[in-house]
Design a protein around this ligand. Sequence first.
Ligand code: MG
Length: 260
Amino acid sequence: MRDLNKLALRLRKAARVRLFLDYDGTLAGFAETPDKIIPDPGLADLLSRFVDHTRFRVAVISGRRLSHIEKLLPIPGLLLAGTYGIELRTPAGDRINRLELAAVRPTLEQIKPLWENLVSNGKGFYLEDKGWSLAIHARFAQDDDAQTLLESARTLAGDMIDPRVYHLRDGHKFLEVAPILANKGQAVRYIQKHYPWPGAELVFVGDDDKDEDAFAVINDLGGTSIVVATPPRSTAATHRLESPPAVRAWLTGLLADTEV
Ligand SMILES: [Mg+2]
């Protein structure tokens, strides 16, 4: 892992810094269920200060649906990306769907009742319909139950999807069926292509395996990848912060470095 202080020094000298930030597990701790939407005034204030600062541009890229992220971060001028970058809200406030919902729903509607049936027979599971994807959260289930149920869900969905269009993503006690376009690395490339900011230093901060896609892309683009993890784990990221509070403190430090 490389030195965060050296990175801060470099960013302090940079004329332009584009920050790509994950939300859950990065800017904020995990919610009990993804439907719990509790905005954090301190976080909104911090990100507003970046929006006001001409040296920074901020994009938040989350696996949550865009409507949730908008409620969590009611800040004009931020670029927000939901469902791993399928749905975007531009800094000017325009909405972009990179995929027609109507093209995605028929397959998800086939899978949904089967997954609902599985989840309703288990304890501690939660089925989230994000529009463009379906996710089973098993954080509050027993380990063995989670493994068995997620394996069944994977088999059921695996038989129903076209692997050229959809993929199944695993996480810690988590399974999601989503379009292949739902990929944070591709989201970073999309933003860089459609909202270029020449010469900007690029930084991506994220905590889980869906962020690894973006770490690889950011590294490829010559940027900096920061994983949020305690203890350290195997990652493509070049730097590490320990926790969401550490991320906020580090971001606050970046502002302190640049505000006169
Ligand atoms: Mg996260």
